[in-house]
Design a protein around this ligand. Sequence first.
Ligand SMILES: [Ca+2]
Ligand SMILES: [Ca+2]
Length: 305
Amino acid sequence: MDRVGFVRGRAVALVVCGILASAALASAQATLLYEAESLPRTSSGASTAVQVDSAASGGQWVLLNGNSVGDHMDLKLSGVPAGAYKVSLRFKANFNRGMVNLLVDGTQLGPGLNQESPPFFTDWFAGRVNFPTDGDHVIRVAVLGRSSTATSYQLSADAFIFEPSAPPAPTVVVEAENASPVGSGASASTAAVSGASGGVLQFLNGDGIGDSLTLTTPVLDAGPYLVKFRYRTNTTRAKHRFTLAGMDLATIDQYAPSPGFVEVTLPYLVMDIPAALTLQLTVTGKNGASSGHIISADSFTFVGQ
Ligand SMILES: [Ca+2]
Ligand SMILES: [Ca+2]
């Protein structure tokens, strides 16, 4: 069975064109939750203190009494099973919080987060890790800074959540002009255009409804992707359907009174197996102001999620 599908949100799978969409890429491994207050910890530049709070996971959370950038606490995780995980920090926001960053074994996970807010508990997705073997790890909660309105650099850590996850597939940019373009009902051609990805723009020289351009990607790894399509507007452009792996994802009007590059983001693509994908751009009409039915295609970007 062809296991290619699309989801329009990260949590909800949507069946399109009768083909199964599946976001269940994670293994059967359980999600791990580590209470911050239960982990051995050391700190640098600031003291730590366990806070009792009935709203906290496990009834307690750990405060880092930070007073400057770089203050941090290290918490030790023991015997974490090998695997790829999404890492989230559960914490209590408050007015006196600074900006937090998480590092796992010395590697920063993401851009960081401002914990300054009216008080509430929430989970922040910090980033991903991939542990090749079972073992111990150190998670660092570090002060990145603070906003001008925050009253201190304190940070909160309630729990760390490790959700098993497939590692993101690499991001692939497919140049339309390199994707075996084939015109139907009209010729396909290319032109060197300043500003085009790869320097070259692909055209379908469409002259009526139903003309189409078919392109084929290289084999992409399995995984969820965000799909982006880049094209160039002009006064001669068509309205066209955008079909990927047989699924109708969007209708795009490439007309504009003056030329310019546009990149649109389409629904998530989920592939359970590696596959080369067929893209089809089919003329459905044209803007009333357009003088033609031409389709342009610059590049398709598959952003591993
Ligand atoms: Ca806790
Ligand atoms: Ca291109």
